[in-house]
Write a protein that binds this ligand. Structure first.
Ligand code: GCB
Length: 601
């Protein structure tokens, strides 16, 4: 699915702003609220999470359906074009109605969906209604514990406790846009690149759709950053050579543009449709225990992140996107992981431009029903109880379809901390990993981040991965406060992984400690800024001595909101920045380290 942009042949209209909104106590669908203007509604910004915009806990903790509505004025002339309504992301399930008629439904809160509206639209006023459901359970991604119970006073309590460590923000989280295309249009562009000496080879495939699609001619030009044509071709598939190519990589994120045009078969007149896709020429491979970017061993320095900010919740805020990527560059970081779900397309386009490398993760988090339960508690069979496979497959398909052309994406993360030590994990993941390899035209490496219980002895999937990614919390959840124990345990575990899978690169995909900004102690104790910095320092000494390690991603870039609980002080405080992006001591420690480590070894 192409990102909506204006071109000679396409227009884009922004439908963001204030919509009408109403929480649904339960009867909305039965009463067909979509058939008439929403009553008792309140103003609600789009994009944004609805949870924290009111003052009521009931709004924040609402489980179930909510309704969004707005008027959509469509000038008559637009209806002569193909008109597409596109949602960047709605968490977690959406049913869209236009003028009271069902238009499109989508499940999955982090990928775009769209629909042609010509059949239901009318010139002038239209009513656009979106029914959003934030319920998560054992069939959805992410996974949550849905529960209904009766309290002693007879009232009904519905809770949906995340089986993951971030607040379940919901709503219309990313831009809503209406765009036009001609009747015959470019549906998709698929680009892959290779380096051939000083030249770049760019293979392309253009998918044309709509009436008369067989009769049109496809022309293609590759433009450099100054807009000069450096290669051109025609037809729906082919390969082009860029002489003396400027490869894309951190530090020099050179972007070309692939300009695709559809022409009448005889090549006369004006282009019928045109689209511009930015792309970078770069290669990615895992070879001889190294992660190669443009043939050179790359070292990942960066963080796991979240889309999270006060008031906005998980709603897109491009100012925060720019600030975050600038802070990453200030740190000397070269990469981040989209933990634990696909991030907004706007951010991915920025990462391409600013040269930050991305590990792109599907929203497969919470696939472990025993983590967090104390020793001795009854063991559950995660892979028998969860029914997420279908949703997982869909999430992979939609993520790779959306992000396949991004230069910044160098690896897919197929899940975060699943129960890979339990029976059934291998049977669950083998087909998904195979599918990811089939779907990605660039055949990027694959990983799954492994939790503490997935040890070299117990894990059952690591051999299927290109990179072993470890989330480790020695010195925090295990032997909290004991940094020398942490050092010994991490060293020993890395040695065991190298023994089990010699030559397989290891990324430390999470490590860190909570620190409350402003809390200090010497000698360092847990929750002080000093302890957070010292823990990172201890890990770094171990990583520097381990030849299999290809990178380090600290958990987390910034403090973020979570479900309330006894281990969270208004959220998770493992950020090296506060939630409003002010550096803690650890940020300065990391900056000193990362600026001294080159991107390529
Ligand atoms: C993890 C999870 C991450 C949590 C983190 C923590 O292993 O992947 O989502 O936030 O630990 O701080 O507990």
């Amino acid at each position: 699915m192409l990102y909506p942009i204006m071109t000679d042949t396409r227009e884009v209209f922004d439908l963001n702003g204030i919509w009408q909104f109403r929480l649904d106590p339960g009867q909305g669908l039965a009463e067909r609220w979509y058939e008439r203007p929403l009553r008792e509604s309140v103003p609600m910004p789009v994009p944004a999470s609805f949870n924290e915009l009111g003052a009521a806990a009931a709004d924040r903790d609402h489980v179930g359906r909510v309704w969004y509505e707005r008027e959509l004025l469509i000038p008559r002339r637009l209806l002569e074009r193909r008109l597409v309504l596109r949602f960047g992301a709605v968490a977690h399930a959406a049913q869209v109605y236009l003028n009271g008629q069902p238009l499109v439904a989508h499940r999955g809160g982090f990928t775009p969906f769209e629909a042609e509206i010509n059949a239901l639209a009318q010139p002038g006023k239209n009513r656009l209604t979106v029914l959003v459901d934030n319920t998560l359970d054992y069939s959805t991604l992410p996974v949550a514990h849905y529960r209904e119970e009766q309290l002693p006073d007879g009232s009904r309590l519905v809770t949906d406790i995340p089986n993951f460590d971030f607040f379940n923000y919901a709503g219309i989280h990313r831009p809503v846009r209406l765009y036009t295309t001609p009747a015959t249009y470019i549906r998709d562009i698929v680009l892959t690149s290779a380096l051939d000496g000083a030249d770049g080879l760019v293979s392309y495939r253009v998918v044309v759709d709509g009436v008369g699609r067989e009769a049109v001619a496809v022309r293609l030009r590759l433009l450099d950053a100054e807009g000069r044509t450096v290669a051109s071709g025609q037809g729906t598939e082919g390969q082009l050579r860029i002489k003396d190519v400027q490869p894309w990589e951190p530090g020099q994120p050179y972007l070309y543009t692939c300009l695709v045009e559809l022409w009448d078969g005889d090549g006369s007149g004006e282009p019928l449709d045109s689209y511009e896709e930015p792309f970078g020429v770069r290669t990615v491979a895992v070879e001889d225990g190294q992660f190669l970017l443009n043939g050179k061993p790359f070292y990942f320095k960066g963080c796991g992140k979240h889309e999270d900010f006060p008031i906005h919740g998980r709603g897109l805020d491009e100012a925060v996107c720019v600030k975050d990527l600038n802070l990453l560059r200030w740190l000397g970081a070269n990469s981040f992981r989209t933990s634990h779900y696909p991030y907004a397309e706007e951010l991915m386009r920025l990462a391409d431009r600013l040269g930050l490398v991305v590990i792109d993760e599907v929203p497969a988090v919470g696939l472990h029903l025993n983590l967090g339960s104390g020793p001795g508690s009854a063991r559950r069979q995660t892979w028998r109880e969860l029914t997420t496979a279908a949703q997982h497959e869909q999430a992979l398909r939609e993520l790779i379809a959306r992000d396949k052309n991004h230069a910044c994406v160098v690896m897919w993360s197929v899940a975060n901390e699943p129960a890979t030590e339990e029976e059934g994990a291998r049977a669950y993941f083998e087909p998904l990993l195979r599918l990811a390899r089939q779907l990605d035209p660039q055949c990027r490496p694959l990983t799954i981040t492994l939790q503490m219980w997935a040890t070299p002895a117990s894990d059952t999937v690591a051999d299927l991965l290109d990179v072993i990614a470890l989330n480790r919390y020695y010195g925090w959840y295990v032997h909290g406060g004991r940094l020398e124990a942490a050092r010994a345990l991490l060293q020993a575990e890395l040695r065991e992984w190298m023994k089990r899978l010699p030559g397989k690169p290891i990324l430390l995909s999470e490590y860190g400690a909570d620190a409350l900004a402003g809390m200090h102690d010497e000698p360092p104790t847990m929750f002080s800024e000093e302890y957070q910095a010292a823990l990172l320092q201890t890990y770094h000494e171990v990583l520097d001595a381990c030849p299999a390690v290809i990178g380090e991603h600290v958990w987390n870039f910034a403090d973020f909101q979570t479900e309330q609980g006894i281990t969270r002080v208004q959220g998770n405080r493992k950020g090296i920045f506060t939630r409003d992006r002010r550096p803690k001591l650890a940020a300065h420690t990391l900056r000193a380290r990362w600026r001294a480590i080159p991107d390529f070894g």
